[in-house]
Design a protein around this ligand. Structure first.
Ligand code: PLP
Length: 412
């Protein structure tokens, strides 16, 4: 059976070029980047090169890149690193502002800080999933040290007005962190002093959401920012993150950054891949075709976060009268991998905190499914999904007591 993968927001496939780039660093060039012999020097040079590639993608300095083990560590390092540094000398507890729609890597870190006595505000979002700039302005206090708001939501793809939010945080005297795990490699990010993200002080990204392997990530830390490390050990990463570097992972992320850069330039040469989209506009066309095709054939369905600016690969759809989990399993049996809620909370029966924050009922949140395409997704795969999904929804609805009731009411 053909298998189709539409869960790229959970993890992206590893690109063959990325795998080839990292392979020698497991076998021939396996040295520790801190060693002074030749193997160590080779590893160090590769780490330096990767750091430059990632800095180029983000339009920042190489010295502002801190390698981590992934998005969760980057988010924790940003929140604890800033608040530990800022709170140590203060008499009144520091204030952190974040939002109700963050990934758990930020949400649970913020809750842990609150449990330690820090003052934490969780901003609500609009029904479209957006954080209102005015709400941030009103929440700022003299002791607000950090604002952390994600760039693109992992469940809906909604893009926050980060440049404006970061400028408001700065005007209020606070630092600004953004979790860009679902934006890096999908959107052009410019952290340069005149760039759109010039007011962003810290930014998290994760390798396995941008075609590099799991277990590698980056925290961008602007040069002026004082960060207290959360790991204690060696002097790696300019004393911001102790621990022997994951050289193969870092090399892979560097290569993935170079490929992302080429893909992000509209009209760029195709990557030399057999299939897939050559740039974000092509990917958006595929996503829109999929979304429109489903909406036009499945009644009582809709897009969560419709009408907002969303990353090109993501759609989050509700199908009233079904359980998302049942649909995910039915589609998996037919060879299509999608996700209900966020994969990082798998096993949880609670409805998505993002969707309920947007005002969806628990039932509608539980009836919502995320389809996230990758750069490798083809038009044929989208057509196959379009053939499968309406039929699977219709089948599940025949089992739904509420759907039958709704039909009976319509007939009456
Ligand atoms: N932040 C966002 C928005 C995510 O989507 C994820 C993973 O799904 C993370 C953070 C955590 O990243 P990692 O899996 O690399 O720890």
């Amino acid at each position: 059976m053909q298998r189709i993968y539409m869960d790229a927001n959970a993890t992206t496939p590893l690109l063959p070029e990325v795998f080839e780039a990292m392979r020698p660093f497991y076998i021939e060039s396996f040295g520790n980047a801190s060693s002074i012999h030749q193997q160590g020097q080779q590893a160090r040079a590769a780490v330096d090169h990767a750091r430059e590639s990632i800095a180029h993608l983000l339009r920042c300095r190489a010295s502002e890149i801190v390698f981590t083990s992934g998005g969760t560590e980057g988010d924790n390092l940003a929140l604890f690193g800033i608040l530990n540094a800022e709170n140590s000398a203060a008499e009144e507890p520091a204030h952190l502002i974040t939002t109700q729609v963050e990934h758990h890597a930020v949400l649970h870190a913020a809750e842990a800080l609150a449990a330690r006595g820090l003052d934490v505000t969780f901003l609500p979002c609009t029904s479209a999933g957006l954080i209102e700039p005015e709400a941030l302005r009103a929440a700022l206090k003299p002791n607000t040290k950090l604002v952390s708001i994600m760039l693109a939501n992992n469940e809906t793809g909604t893009i926050q007005p980060i440049a404006e939010l970061a400028a408001i945080a700065h005007a209020g005297g606070a630092l600004f962190h953004t979790d860009a795990v679902q934006a890096a490699g999908k959107l052009a990010l410019d952290l340069s002093p005149k760039g759109a993200l010039k007011d962003v002080d810290l930014l998290t990204l994760s390798g396995h959401k941008m075609y590099a392997p799991q277990g590698i990530g980056v925290l961008f830390v602007r040069r002026s920012v004082r960060l207290a490390p959360i790991f204690h050990g060696g002097t790696h990463e300019r004393q911001r993150r102790a621990g022997t570097e994951n050289v193969p992972g870092i090399v892979a992320l560097g290569k993935a950054a170079e490929l992302a850069e080429r893909w992000l330039i509209a009209g760029a040469q195709p990557l030399g891949l057999a299939s897939g989209s050559a740039n974000p506009a092509e990917l958006r066309k595929l996503r829109d075709h999929l979304e429109q095709g489903i909406l036009s054939t499945v009644e009582e369905s809709g897009v969560n976060g419709a009408g907002t600016d969303r990353v090109a690969n993501t759609t989050n759809l509700y199908f009233d009268h079904i359980e998302a989990e049942a649909l995910v399993i039915a589609l998996d049996l037919k060879g299509l991998a999608v996700s209900g809620g966020s994969a990082c909370q798998s096993g949880a029966t609670e409805p998505s905190h993002v969707l309920t924050s947007m005002g969806l009922s628990d039932n509608r949140a539980r009836a919502s499914v995320r389809l996230s395409l990758s750069r490798l997704t083809t038009a044929e795969e989208v057509d196959y999904a379009l053939a499968l999904i309406p039929a699977a929804v219709a089948r599940l609805r025949t089992l739904s007591p509420t759907y039958k009731k709704a039909e009976a009411l319509t007939v009456a």
